[in-house]
Write a protein that binds this ligand. Sequence first.
Ligand code: FAD
Ligand code: 2HG
Ligand code: ZN
Length: 471
Amino acid sequence: MSNMHPELLKRLQAAVGEAGLVKSDDAKAPYEIDWLGKWTGRSSIVVRPADTAQTAEVMRICHETHTPVVTQGGNTGMSGGATPDSSGAQVVLSTVRMNAIRAVDPLNNTLTAEAGVLLAHIQAAALEADRFFPLSLGSEGSCTIGGTLATNAGGIAVLRYGNARELALGLEVVLPDGRVWNGMRALRKDNTGYDLRDLFIGSEGTLGVITAAVLKLHPRPVARATAWVGAKDIDALVRLLAQLRAACGERLVAFEMLSAESLDLILEHVADVRAPLGSAHAFHALIELADTQGEGLAELLESSLGQALEQEVIDDVAVSVNGAQTLAFWKIREGISQAQMRAGKAIKHDIALPISAIAAFAHEADAALRSAQAGVRIINFGHLGDGNLHYNVLLPLDTSPEDLATTTARFNRIVHDIVSAANGSISAEHGVGQLRRDELRHYKSEVEFDLMMRIKQSLDPNQIMNPGKLI
Ligand code: FAD
Ligand code: 2HG
Ligand code: ZN
């Protein structure tokens, strides 16, 4: 049961009603472990406000009483940002009851949704209005739009449409002291001072609770053409990417990469998948074009890839012939997170580099890791089109926690030093949370870190928003 002071419990109950509280240990348990099963904690209570006013009241109470708050959406984050610590003192504020789509405006190409709406529901509502919300992630059936904005998530269509930040026009945020900032502007131009919206996007629950957002919609594509490509090395895929961007322009929406080791892992651990070109190639890419015009898309993809074959940039191609095959291609790509969980303990590196530096990075990091540990299993895959690799290392399932901790620290330093030397990022799309907090301190400049600390201090002077995460 909740170990909270009875007076505080009474006030929270008055704010959200009995239906808005989760008190028993059993009922709280799912909020106290993350999706990967990697981080666990203990909350004092879980509060589930039904609207912005209730959220504001909860925050006013927590601010006054210096009670720490961990905001949680779908709890699918990859960096441990939504899990409370082990003190039992933190309140989990779940946004799942704030799940209304407030409006769709097809003339302005916008959709207004509350924070707890699932990403998949936003995509569906856009399609119902004959529009398109392009943000797409493996977790879209479980993650919320609030969490997706709070982590500035990316996914498989960033190459064409940008990440969460680029798809948000306005936000409503409950500040740590309970005031509500109404920034719900549905404008594409607004130069009225500092960009507060962009401050909250990617702030991972450390500056306030996002309660609603105005999102950008795009014209609905009516045609897509998808292909699977095999190549001898990652350099070849980087060359292919440049050729396809030049030939297909905005129609190139996805360019996803899997190394042979990543593909083998999926084939071994995910049911009902088959490698379109076998698994002999060292690198594979899943490529998709989409367009609001139906004509000529498949031909464009075929001719562009045909040319790359002739020039021996790539070694083999399978162009999807129907919707079922396209889904089968994507099922392979989306199986990678599950496959890693089943196969071992993954040391994840979610890194970004200039695309022109990707191949050199991969060669250098491969060599460095292999010389640090013979036989190391490198699971390199990701959103090559965005310069974002998931350059993971897989350890056996029975690795002890001590070995995992020391190997993680060693491999993080090797990989992140190479990333840093190339002016890359050690967190491209998954955020910082607990996973990268100490690494962030190590790699951010003093000036940048100081600015972040000042922002945090001025918005959250009582340090109650997601303590122990990000900063
Ligand atoms: P949570 O996990 O609940 O929270 C994440 C963080 O945001 C926490 O710090 C939390 O405190 C904060 N937060 C949540 N809601 C709010 C709010 N309303 N206001 C303020 N702070 C809030 N990410 C990618 O970028 N690209 C991918 O391709 C991708 N694929 C994934 C595939 C799988 C199978 C899984 C499990 C995850 C994947 N992710 C990916 C991770 C991604 O960050 C999350 O899936 C999602 O965007 C987070 O949303 P959520 O609602 O689950 O947030
Ligand atoms: C993806 O691109 C996700 O599939 C998950 O960002 C990455 O499992 C991972 O490391
Ligand atoms: Zn990803």
